[in-house]
Each structure stands twice: as C-alpha cells, then as structure tokens.
Design a protein around this ligand. Sequence first.
Ligand code: UD1
Ligand code: PEP
Length: 438
Amino acid sequence: MGTFQIEGGHALKGEIQPQGAKNEALQILCAVLLTSEKVVINNIPDILDVNKLIHLLKQLGVKVEKLKKGSYAFQANDLDLDYMKGEKFKEEGSGLRGSIMIVGPMLGRFGHGYIPRPGGDKIGRRRLDTHFEGFIKLGADFRYNKEERFYGVEAPKDGLKGTYMLLEEASVTGTANIVMAAVLAKGKTTIYNAACEPYLQQLCKMLNSMGAKITGVGSNLLEIEGVASLGGCTHTILPDMIEIGSWIGLAAMTKSEITIKNVGWEHLGLIPTTFRKLGINLEKRGEDIYIPAHENGYEVQSFIDGSIMSISDAPWPGFTPDLLSIMLVVATQAKGDVLIHQKMFESRLFFVDKLIDMGAKIILCDPHRATVIGHNFESQLKATTMVSPDIRAGISLLIAALSAKGTSIIHNIEQIDRGYENIEERLQAIGAKIKRVA
Ligand SMILES: CC(=O)N[C@H]1[C@@H](OP(=O)(O)OP(=O)(O)OC[C@H]2O[C@@H](n3ccc(=O)[nH]c3=O)[C@H](O)[C@@H]2O)O[C@H](CO)[C@@H](O)[C@@H]1O
Ligand SMILES: C=C(OP(=O)(O)O)C(=O)O
C-alpha cells in the first residue's frame, strides 16, 4: 500500500499541464482491437489503469510500440483469442473498470468476447445490464458463469445485426461497448439514450476516421451504419476534464494562483460554471484556465429564489459525478452552505468522515447527500492520517491535506495513481510539499 506525506498550509503557484483523459483512453485503447491495421494514439496518460489495459492488450497479442512519451502504435493483426477465456484474463482484467470494454470490439470483429469480473472504484453497485442488453439486441447470445462472475457473448453464425435500441441508462462504458460492436454489425443500429460524454464523442470520431459510419455524435441518439471492416488511424486524446476540475479545486482551496494549460475549453461542459457557483473565480485565457489566488476566499452563490445552493451530478451534458467529491471538499472552506447530491453512486460520499475528523462541518444526510457548512477560511482543516477509498475521494483528501495545518498521511494512494500521472512531481513543481514515502 503506497503512502503520501503532505505538509499542508502552503500556497502553490505556477502552471500545470493536464494529462490525457483516463476515461477516454480506456475506450480508445479498446478500439484498436477493431482493426488489423496500425493505430497511432497520442496523449496517452501514464497512469495505473491505462498501463494495466495496455498490458491486457499485449497479452491478447496486440503489438505495442512506444513512439515517444504518450504516443504509441498498436496493431491487432495476430490475436490470441483463447487468452480471453483463460484464468489470467479473469484475474488481470478484474484490476480495472476499463477492461469491460474489450468485449464490444471482440464481439464485433470476431463474433465472441468475454468480460472478467469488473474492477474500478467500489463506489456502489455498478451494473453491466445495459452492456448486455445492447449486445443481445444486436443478436448476441449471453452467458453468465455465476460462480466466477465471468460473462460471455457470442454472435449468431451470420453475424450481429443492426437494430433500434433504447438504453435503460445512459451508461458511459455501456454505450462505448455497444458502439464498438455495432460498427461492424450488418445494417443500421440506432442507439437512443446513448451516453454522450466527450469520451464517447472522441471514440466515435476515432471510429469514423477508421471508416465507421456514425452520425449523431455528441447527442443521445446515435445512428450507426455497419461496415465490413475498419482501417488504421491516428487519434489524439483530449485533456482530462476531471484532472482539470481537480486542479481548479486545489487552487481555490489552497489560495493558489495557478494556470492550467491547454484545457480544451469547448469540451468542459458545465465544469467551469459549477465551480463558479461556489464563488470560484476562473478566467479563460486563450486555451488556458487562469485561477487567481483567492486571498479573500470564495462565496457560494444562491439560487434565484434564494434557496440553498445544491450541486448534483447528471449524465452528460449534466455535471459529471467524478467531480462531486472535489466540489464537496472545496465547499468546506467556502463562505456559505451547499448541498452536495451524488445521484448516481451510492457509496461515494462516505469519505466525508475523514474531512469531519479534519474539522470540516459536514452533515451526511444519507449515502447520496451531504450538507457542507463552509468555514470561509476562519478555521483551517487539521492534518490527519487517512486511507484513500477511491480515486476521486483520494484526490479530494489530498487537496484537503494540502490546505490543512500540519503534516497528513494518505495511505492506499494506488487509488490516486489509477488516474493521476506522476502526481507528486507535478505538484512539487508548483510548490507543494508532498512526498511518496512508501
Ligand atoms: C472507465 C469509465 O469511463 N468510468 C466512468 C464511467 O463508468 P461506468 O460506465 O461504469 O458508469 P455508468 O455510466 O454505466 O453508470 C454509472 C452509475 O450511474 C448510474 N446511472 C448511469 C446513467 C444514468 O443515466 N443514470 C444512472 O443512475 C448507473 O446505475 C451506475 O450506478 O461513467 C461513470 C459515470 O459518469 C463515471 O463515474 C466513471 O468514471
Ligand atoms: C469512477 C471512476 O473510475 P472507474 O470507472 O475507472 O472506477 C473515476 O474515474 O472517477
């Protein structure tokens, strides 16, 4: 179990470059399985989950060549299809959530695929029904091994057939999986209530550049005209909007002047607006976000009718659930009160007990809702020892520790390493006193 030691209470200053988006990378990497031709991907983040997925692709027989930092060439022209049925795939695949998106392209291209027991954050129930219902609609036969929680899908002899489907949930990985199967199905597939995060827009853009015929990209109604095969392409991953949001929160809470470089404003959706609701001042400077030092703190806005501010998640283009833990920690020092409502996940707010230990005023109303009574910097959080339960709680605790008085310890930082590249060095470069001690 890795550990960070953090000496808090220091303002940071400087520029930070966001890494490539984790959740986009996980989809894009799986899409290389759809063609026997070479695919070049740029801006791949060097993080635990992505490296585990690249390892899985290699085990499957994909040729992987590093071109330079963040750029790789992949070629899936000689795959070991039996690997997917073996023990190793079950074991290694269950180390991350992203491995569940191997099945869609394999089903589309080879007619069968398997899903290991999915990993990723333990943040509540994370059903896969949408994925399977989509595959079944395309004509696949679904098998589930209950003891081993191992799932398999098989296309009929004459291949998958395009159809109309209305998804029960706008599942992010579910939509990606179904799209990757449908691009090689016969005929037209219509997916309504499709997820439409920038991750998916990027996936569809990449697939179209490989020869797929997808329209409706960016909306919740995708139309896919199946093609017989796909070719190679070059794709560049967008900056990670969740990392960008994390750095905005970090800047505000530590009263730091930070510029986040090349953020890709047009893909940030409601993220800047939602931070502004907490009173955080951020400026668009070209493609950068400039956050001035909030010497006088930040004041929560109220709704037009004067009622208490609430921040909740919703499927895109709503506010992403992956930034709610960060909003919550930032709210602990705001002037004013905020209700944080995590609608999607049922176990993502439990980390607030650590913040309460540090002196934050939070009432956990139920597993989905927490009311935060802001300190307005009149009382600093106190350092403590904590364990990171999931990736976004982990980064939130790290932000809390950097703002707190004294030296904090955070254990289980592998959770943070899942999604944040080389975090201690990048934070040290802007003045943070953070050390990896185990
Ligand atoms: C690897 C990856 O890309 N992971 C992301 C992906 O996970 P993932 O694709 O696993 O998440 P899903 O979109 O399937 O669903 C997330 C949760 O939200 C619920 N749900 C989903 C859609 C909906 O319309 N209503 C609803 O309540 C689901 O029941 C589930 O509990 O999307 C999540 C939701 O943005 C993010 O937190 C994860 O970071
Ligand atoms: C929940 C997340 O990741 P994963 O789906 O990989 O567990 C996240 O990135 O916030």
